[in-house]
Design a protein around this ligand. Sequence first.
Ligand code: KG4
Ligand code: ZN
Length: 348
Amino acid sequence: MFRCLGIESSCDETAAAVVEDGTKILSNVVKSQIDIHELFGGVVPEVACRTHMEVIGPVVEKALADAGTTLEEIDAIAVTHAPGLVGALLVGVSMAKALSAASGKPLIGVDHILGHMYATRFAFPDLEYPCIHLVVSGGHSSLYYSRSEIDHDLLGNTVDDAAGEAFDKVAKILNLGFPGGPAIDQRSRGRDPKKVYFKRTYPAEFDFSFSGIKTAVLYHVRGQNGKGEMTLDPDEAADVAAGFQEAVVDMLTKQTVRAAKKYSVSRIAVGGGVACNSRLREKLTAAAEKEGLSAFFPPPKFCTDNAAMIAGIAWPMSKAGCYSDLTLDAVPTKVHRARFSEKKGGQA
Ligand code: KG4
Ligand code: ZN
């Protein structure tokens, strides 16, 4: 039995969870800071760090208590150490290192993206490999060819904004509030997504680009210099939101299905906050089925940031001997401690 305490603090959620043998979730505590950052219209790094500092102790205590366990009964402590806001990551990493040093339990530094990919396991424990993974969140939009939970080749990336970032920025332009993804998803329901058309762009074989469409929305709403007043009524704004969402969903769907076909992989798994998007779930599932492929989406609570995915991925990592020591550092960019290579794709 492998009982793991996971800690996650890479952005604006302070989270801790206890997971047994990779899939049995004994507790899953997520303290969101949305209400605080909403006041600023986006995540403010300094505020995020300070809030993590305030709540991380109680969040970890609650995760242990909800699981009916204690630190003595834990087999390892896993923590997100990359990528993310460095100050925010440092809070979780420091907590995990302190707990590890005090208890003598081993430490596992986890790449957040591996956690997002692993989350599919909670809903589909028998998911087989290889599969194509699409990870779409506030900070990432990437496609991977995955041979196992810890063995991924990066096929493509966003060349500018992440998909979730584009949702958040467009929602701001349309005065729909923060975070933008859920707001745009909700306002787009029941609208005609063809009423306002935005161009789909494909920068390279499996890459994404979302900054052009964000600017196109800005010009559409505020005139050709992007500086005019936002004059759309709520009905018009909802049509723009629906047209924007449709374009992003089409771009994500097309590149993902194209990757699955090129590498003859029949399974597509999607992770990250944008995987909550109802239109993406609908269209990618339909496009996959049309090609004889299957698309797997975890339930929304495992798409957005959580620590269960960090405690979960620690299980295959521990089996592969991917442990860290007390020199573990917070790294703002991707590191992928488990096996990971760039842009090879497919040839196992
Ligand atoms: O994975 P996540 O919780 O944090 C990061 O690792 O970034 O993703 C947060 C992102 C935000 O940009 C948010 O707007 C987006 O996921 N998001 C959505 C939806 N729910 C959350 N985007 C589109 N549609 C949604 N329903
Ligand atoms: Zn995330």
